[in-house]
Design a protein around this ligand. Structure first.
Ligand SMILES: Nc1ncnc2c1ncn2[C@@H]1O[C@H](COP(=O)(O)OP(=O)(O)OP(=O)(O)O)[C@@H](O)[C@H]1O
Length: 338
């Protein structure tokens, strides 16, 4: 049995259907109609201890609903979830000791307390032993570069400082699973980088299992080893990052810098995507124009001073998956990719 097992989980939500007109509205005082929708629909996957999993999907795909069920906040309508050896919503106290949760858009910090006191508060709440407490505070303060703001009340911290504080507090009791929901939203590149490196070193040091929900594909690329993609509550793709990236190998980009005497490339299988003065970017069909053919043919017939090959980024692959199949809240469904 895997460390986390999600089996045929469905979560329905019921919402009140508001009728048009005053008369119909009055009728709802006696009889109400409801719409039912499946936020998560027959979802199954398993995760081993110590995995770093990116859990992605378009807006409204059902990611947060899944995280809420995994963390015991919501109960599935049908199906089963076991994390570690417990059912999260049945053994809430034990579950709370096993997990750390960071929601990028919601805070679990007391705004009047400085971080020094918040750490102490959590030490008492989770009955953390002195040795583990000191080791973790020292490690987190150093890796998350928190020293300069430990004594400031949380309300005076910047967004980036608050997010680092959230992470430290969520991990103080050494949980075996960390759920991260949009942990880098709104942060500058330096803090994002700090947080990503921190999560990776935490995983390396303590074997913490991480499930990360984000729309920032750089988070996924830099933190995760595996991607689970859902849409309309259903599993669409479950692959290692390496396998996932292979989907982008049918094409690549080439950035060509010309001398002042230039003409655009006219090679079958190559399409211009960006046109800057003396610098063009082309989308290349890899089957028609493999790297070596491109490298051999361009400099001979064109006055080129520089040439850079770029492979598709992970967010481009994701964008193509969402766009080509018309996904998103208002559109159709993603194709099922296996
Ligand atoms: N409490 C609720 N009551 C009714 N519908 C809900 C509730 N929570 C979520 N939903 C619906 O379930 C669907 C999935 O929502 P969810 O928040 O899980 O998506 P998400 O993938 O996290 O989206 P996003 O990326 O936009 O945060 C949406 O259509 C949403 O409107």
């Amino acid at each position: 049995m895997s460390f986390i097992e999600v089996k045929h989980v469905t979560r329905e939500f019921k919402s009140f259907r508001r009728p048009d007109g005053l008369k119909n509205a009055l009728c709802t005082l006696f009889k109400r109609d409801y719409d039912r929708m499946k936020a998560v629909d027959d979802l199954s996957f398993s995760i081993e201890k110590g995995e770093l999993v990116g859990y992605i999907g378009p807006n409204g795909a059902g990611k947060s609903t899944t995280i809420k069920m995994l963390s015991g906040i919501l109960v599935p309508s049908t199906g089963s979830i076991v994390t570690g050896d417990i059912v999260p919503w049945e053994q809430r106290k034990k579950n709370a000791c096993n997990i750390g949760v960071v929601f990028g858009q919601r805070s679990q910090l007391n705004w009047d307390l400085p971080m020094e006191d918040t750490f102490e508060l959590y030490r008492r709440m989770y009955h953390i032993g002195n040795v583990a407490y000191k080791r973790n505070v020292d490690m987190f303060v150093e890796l998350l570069e928190m020293q300069s703001f430990l004594r400031k009340p949380v309300r005076q911290l910047s967004l980036g400082q608050k997010m680092r504080a959230e992470l430290a507090v969520a991990l103080l009791h050494d949980p075996s699973i960390l759920y991260l929901d949009e942990p880098t939203i709104g942060l500058d590149v330096v803090v994002k980088d700090n947080i990503r490196k921190f999560v990776r070193s935490l995983n390396k040091e303590k074997k913490t299992t991480v499930i990360l929900t984000t729309h920032d594909m750089a988070d996924i690329e830099e933190i995760c080893n595996r991607i689970i993609l859902i849409d309309h509550g259903k599993l669409m793709l479950d692959q290692t990052i390496v396998e996932f990236k292979k989907q982008g190998t049918d094409h690549y980009y080439v950035e060509v810098t010309f001398s002042s005497n230039w003409k655009p490339l006219a090679i079958p299988g190559i399409t211009m995507t960006e046109n800057q003065p003396l610098c063009h970017t082309y989308l290349v069909d890899a089957a028609m124009v493999p790297f070596n053919l491109l490298l051999n043919s361009i400099p001979d017939s064109y006055d080129v001073t520089d040439l850079t090959i770029k492979k598709p980024e992970i967010d481009e692959i994701v964008r193509r998956l969402y766009k080509n199949t018309g996904s998103g809240e208002e559109n159709g469904k993603l194709l099922h990719i296996k």
